[in-house]
Design a protein around this ligand. Structure first.
Ligand code: HEM
Ligand code: MG
Length: 261
């Protein structure tokens, strides 16, 4: 059994392929001094040790390496995502960002998340069971598709809009939010079919761990910025379809809310 055990570990380690500048560690949840973010994927990558386990000072190189080797995201897209993350670091001339920079409300973090409360209610960055259960109730069937992804977002926007007196979501932030479901489909699922196995997505959110144990493997073809943009536009169109538009509270313009992005 020792051999089997060793082989299993070797397979896990090689599947994970740790970035050269970061020592491999087994999956381990955050300890009391580790930073985490409102992003289930970055938290998972830190828990696996593909990004620094303490969540601090994440460099461009670490992002490119982790995104490429673990998720098959191409270099150009990884660079763009890193640049986006950098906008949340308030320090001038910084070359890294830390996971808790991402918790700053209305920089990248926004209202009506799939699995986090709105800032108004307190903690906007840790997983919240009640919020996620609302989201999941719209993911009917064993696959999330473009329609059910859109439906879940529209529902979350409606809930926030009716319960949070400070609710704000610009058109740009709504696109970002829809893009987060786009991520789930292109990174965990099938970008051509526009579907992803629901239990893989739930596993990522609930455990902040990549769903290897239930059969997920990284995409065979590399994932580009345009794959992501296409998927986001498909989800956006679905969210604006007549059926959902009726259900939707529309955008912030309809409410005269503040534009922040
Ligand atoms: C959410 C940042 C990469 C999946 C978020 C949020 C931030 C963020 C700030 C919180 C938004 C909110 O809900 O208020 C980043 C940065 C990335 C990155 C800076 C790269 C450097 C990824 C990747 C995936 C991903 C590669 C792939 C699956 C998600 C999902 C959410 C999210 C699904 C939605 C969480 C929710 O609504 O509860 N991300 N992210 N992210 N991110 Fe990331
Ligand atoms: Mg949020």
């Amino acid at each position: 059994w020792t051999l089997l055990f060793t082989a299993a570990i070797a397979a896990e380690v090689s599947a994970l392929s740790f970035p050269a500048d970061h020592p491999p560690v087994a999956w381990k949840p955050a300890g009391p001094n580790d930073m985490r973010s409102p992003c289930p994927m970055l938290n998972a990558l830190a828990n696996h040790g593909h990004l620094p386990h303490d969540g601090k000072d994440i460099s461009k190189e670490q992002t490119i390496n982790a995104f490429g080797s673990v998720l098959n995201i191409d270099k150009e897209f990884a660079e763009a995502l890193f640049a986006n993350g950098m906008t949340a670091n308030p320090k001038e001339n910084a070359t890294t960002f830390s996971l808790d920079d991402l918790n700053r409300h209305n920089v990248l973090e926004h209202d009506a998340s799939l699995s986090r409360q709105d800032f108004y209610f307190g903690d906007d960055h840790r997983f919240n069971r009640e919020v996620f259960d609302e989201t999941r109730s719209y993911w009917t069937g064993s696959f999330i598709d473009i329609q059910s992804a859109a439906r879940a977002h529209v529902a979350r926007v409606n809930t926030s809009n009716t319960t949070n007196p400070t609710f704000a979501l610009s058109d740009a932030a709504m696109t970002t939010a829809l893009g987060e479901s786009g991520f789930c489909i292109v990174v965990l699922g099938d970008k051509t079919a526009g579907t992803v196995q629901k239990n893989w997505v739930e596993y990522l959110f609930e455990n902040e761990r990549l769903p290897y144990a239930i059969g997920w493997t990284k995409a065979q073809n590399s994932i580009s910025y345009s794959d992501f943009n296409d998927m986001t536009s498909r989800i956006k169109s679905a969210s604006e379809s007549s059926e959902l538009a009726e259900q939707s509270c529309k955008t912030l313009d309809d409410y005269g809310l503040q534009l922040y992005l």
